[in-house]
Design a protein around this ligand. Structure first.
Ligand code: PMP
Length: 308
């Protein structure tokens, strides 16, 4: 999806012009994938732009950094302020937010510990990740022939740049085969997640999503949707799923910061339910978007207002 350029990017403590936010070709992270990042959204509300689950995203960034012994030279509070600053500087009502902390320029070789750490936060307007029509019609997915990296090879607990090359393989395969997205199984054959989304199924009114120990990312939208579903009276379980659990589900959907709540209408050419967004998915989407827009007081603490 093309990036819509805006004016400023926050780079190591300063707001710089979009075009000046560049790094050296010998930066460590470019060669060895040694960066950790987040994907966050800010939504338009009657009180201006509000960042969805900002603290949770910054906590996950800190956990990813810890795993790779990468010391982020800015505090949680400084990064939260920087996020609000860069949204204000670009006068955006709603946007995608991409913070990244990475090993920069100065050292070559796999050892990352001596390379400097750079931190940037970019924001830009970004629509529905899998397409606007996908939010209603749903997407067609393929179970990838590529397995999700296990927790003892590349830890799914971390959102690290290099780890995404696993999802890149799966995404390419699914697109080349004519699907919209891939779901990866782990080495044991259990469902993990999409290349950038967590997966849920609905069976007899019960929601099930794989446990994070299956190897999926500890998605922030996943947790929010589990809470919204329970608050609406649904039972929600975390259980290992095999691919036929997806084929036989009444409904199936993705969650993710970029994908939000996107219905899955086909898995490996098997039509799921009625072949379009099911009633439970629709209800959860409604609850999700109401909360993001600040329309439900119950979830007020999930939003950080940029102009507060
Ligand atoms: N799984 C993977 C592999 C992802 O990259 C993402 C996006 N960060 C997700 C799941 C969804 O996580 P979140 O809801 O925190 O965006």
């Amino acid at each position: 999806m093309p990036i819509t350029e805006v004016e400023k990017i926050w780079m190591d403590g300063e707001l710089v012009d979009w075009r000046d936010a560049t790094i050296h070709v010998l930066s460590h992270a470019l060669h060895y994938g040694s960066g950790v990042f987040e994907g966050i959204r800010a939504y338009e509300t009657p009180r201006g732009a509000a960042v969805w689950h900002l603290d949770e995203h910054l906590h996950r960034l800190a956990r990813s950094a810890k795993l790779y012994h990468l010391d982020i030279p800015f505090s949680h509070e400084a990064l939260a302020e920087a996020t609000k600053d860069v949204i204000r500087a670009n006068r955006l009502d709603a946007c995608y937010i991409r913070p990244i902390a990475f090993r920069g320029y100065g050292e070559m070789g796999v050892n990352p510990l001596l390379a400097p750490v750079n931190v940037t936060i970019a924001v830009w307007p970004w629509g529905a990740y899998l397409g606007e029509e996908a939010l209603e019609q749903g997407v067609r997915i393929k179970i990838s022939s590529w397995r999700r990296n296990g927790p003892n090879s590349l830890p799914s607990a971390a959102k690290a740049t290099g780890q995404y090359i696993n999802g890149v393989l799966a995404k390419i395969e699914s697109l080349k085969a004519g699907y919209d997205e891939a779901i990866m199984l782990n080495e044991q054959g259990s469902v993990t997640d999409g290349s950038g989304e967590n997966v849920f199924i609905v069976r007899g009114g019960v929601l099930t999503t794989p446990p994070i120990q299956a190897g999926c990312l500890d998605g922030i939208t996943r947790v929010a949707v589990m809470t919204l579903a329970r608050d609406l009276g649904y039972e929600v379980t975390q259980e290992n799923l095999v691919r036929t659990d997806l084929y036989n589900a009444d409904e199936c959907f993705f969650t993710g910061t970029a994908a939000e709540v996107t219905p899955i209408r086909e898995v490996d050419d098997r039509v799921i339910g009625e072949g379009h967004r099911g009633p439970v998915t629709k209800e959860l989407q409604g609850a999700f978007f109401a909360a993001t827009k600040g329309e439900n007081e119950k979830y007020a603490s999930w939003l950080t207002y940029v102009n507060a």
